[in-house]
Design a protein around this ligand. Structure first.
Ligand code: GLC
Length: 543
């Protein structure tokens, strides 16, 4: 059943599961690995072929698993090694590939390595983390200007015991590992081999761009700019991100994977301009692909998407593969971004699933799960607690981005029972279930042919059927009304065309060649004698 070809990853559709919120199999209000195994048929029904599981390793769960205290064991609330193995096997039996989430940049501050490192400069693990003396007479000024992930604070944290500063780029409870230490490399690569030996097909690499820092600890230059995913930056990250050594690390990691058959893959969370991202995948030697986050901060405008698609096509031509992400466990739900309009959501689904490259769907996106408002004072998310506790609620509510990531991590909605079938009715789920679960759940949407879930299924079925949609080239169609995007996908004999009306009025235009409607999001879309009418937000696939 499992695809043994070496380039299986070129036609994958990734489905991201956030284990804590997917399905609770043992009634403690927290999702778990057995829960994912029990729900694998949902992925099959939807029509994806690759599962990415966010971290479930041993962890104090301050950052809900992205703070790991033992890289080769499973946090008890998620199961154990047997449940991890069972998940991999059950997925493989169904022909699904499995990617785990590898956090190489940091550990939890509770990790025994860090606990030892803290005790002093002569400890066994003294040099496993990035320690430096401070500036100023008492050494109480951080060693340089490096900023934390969100730029709000310094990335350095003072330890009274060592009278030194350690680097924690994301949160203070996540000290950065010192990858220049050979023992660290060896220990971490061993952890990678451990999961590969268990049968996993690859990894999503957390914060990968930030691992190798400048050994001379030079300060970053001040230079305000906006990232494509709309995160504001004040300092360039010349000395802390995408350093030359980091590309080398990508190649070293790839060599660890090369010993395994069929091919195991790496997908990196890295930020930077296209030339930088391409360097990670150049010559088939480093990562297989990097996320492209430009869609996350989308504006629902034809121009926004056509510009971005054109730039991805230009910058990532074959053999590069663009990746498309509309939402994830860190960023706002796309259904909320479109004002919970199902036609807009269907249009975005057709777009994402018919572009050239690899789409990444976040659990619940296929149902149109929206953000679930949770006030900052009730936040469990450490980012909200560390950085934004002071923000007045009325300001936070108005931001397009969710700074309390709990709002995008609420339990998956399976059915109409209390707690949406995520956990037993009498159990309190770790985060509240969205109130809309009676209408927005898998069971209800499965039985309603015009639901978003059925639309995702239909589009994914076409993608599986048509080589043009997975392997074909993409050519933008010109001469269309301003509010419409159209493109053709062709692979050998197989070809199809996609038209998307971003406007809130009907659009009329002529089409050439295809004469058959394969999928239409709205009964108001009509094809007659080579002329196409698209209803407001209408989306159509022709062949
Ligand atoms: C990545 C993850 C995020 C996590 C952070 C620290 O950005 O996506 O959820 O909190 O890294 O590991």
């Amino acid at each position: 059943m499992n695809d043994h070809s070496s380039d299986w990853w070129k036609s994958c559709v990734i489905y991201q599961v956030y284990p804590r919120s997917f399905y609770d199999s043992n009634g403690d209000g927290i999702g778990d690995l057995d829960g994912i195994t029990q729900k694998l048929d949902h992925l099959i029904e939807l029509g994806v072929n690759t599962l990415w599981v966010s971290p479930f390793f041993a962890s104090p769960q301050v950052d809900f698993g992205y703070d790991i205290s033992d890289f080769t064991s499973v946090a008890p609330e998620y199961g154990n090694l047997d449940s991890a193995k069972a998940l991999i096997d059950a997925a493989h039996q169904r022909g699904l590939k499995v990617l785990f989430d590898l956090v190489l940049n940091h550990t939890s501050s509770q990790h025994p390595w860090f606990q030892d490192s803290l005790t002093g400069k002569s400890s066994e693990h003294a040099d496993w983390y990035i320690w430096a003396d401070g500036r100023g007479p008492a050494g109480r000024i951080p060693p340089n200007n490096w900023r934390s992930g969100l730029e709000v604070k310094s990335a350095w944290h003072y330890s009274k015991t060592r009278k030194q500063w350690y680097l924690g780029t994301f949160l203070p409870c996540q000290p950065d590992l010192n990858w220049r230490n050979e023992h660290v490399r060896e220990a971490m690569f061993n952890a990678v081999r451990f999961w590969l030996d268990l049968g996993v097909d690859g990894f999503r690499l957390d914060m990968f761009g930030a691992i190798m820092k400048d050994p001379m600890l030079r300060s970053n230059p001040f230079h305000p700019y906006m990232e494509p995913s709309e995160l504001m930056r004040l300092w360039r990250r010349d000395y802390t991100e995408n350093t030359d050594d980091n590309f080398e690390l990508a190649r070293d990691l790839r060599s660890v994977l090369m010993r395994y058959e069929p091919e195991r893959v790496l997908i990196g969370e890295v930020f930077g301009p296209p030339e930088t991202l391409k360097r990670y995948v150049a010559n088939g030697a480093g990562l297989h692909f990097t996320f492209l986050f430009g869609f996350l901060a989308f504006r629902f405008k034809a121009k926004f998407f056509s510009k971005l698609i054109a730039s991805y096509e230009k910058n990532f031509p074959e053999p590069y593969l663009p990746t498309y992400v509309l939402e994830n466990h860190d960023r706002a739900r796309s259904f909320s971004r479109v004002g919970e309009n199902i036609f807009k959501a269907k249009l975005l689904a057709l777009l994402m699933l018919t572009l050239r490259g690899v789409p990444v769907i976040y659990q619940g996106q296929e149902l149109g799960m929206p953000n679930t408002y949770i006030p900052l004072r009730k936040a469990k998310d450490p980012i909200a607690k560390e950085y934004f506790w002071w923000m007045p609620e009325f300001v936070s509510k108005r931001l397009p981005e969710r700074i309390n990531r709990d709002e995008v991590r609420t339990p998956m909605q399976w059915d109409s029972s209390v707690n949406a079938g995520f956990c037993p009715p009498k159990t309190t789920p770790w985060l509240p279930v969205n109130e809309n679960y009676l209408s927005c759940n898998v069971e209800v949407q499965r039985s309603y042919e015009y639901s978003l879930f059925c639309w995702y299924k239909a589009v994914l079925a076409q993608r599986a059927l048509r080589p043009s949609l997975t392997l074909g080239d993409l050519v933008m169609i010109s001469g269309l009304p301003e509010q419409v995007i159209g493109y053709a996908r062709t692979h050998g004999e197989d070809s199809c065309q996609v038209f998307l009306n971003f406007g809130d009025t009907d659009s009329y235009f002529d089409v050439t060649a295809p004469d058959k409607v394969i999928l239409s999001s709205d009964p108001g879309n009509l094809l007659l004698d080579g002329r196409l009418k698209l209803a407001p937000y209408g989306a159509i696939l022709l062949a």
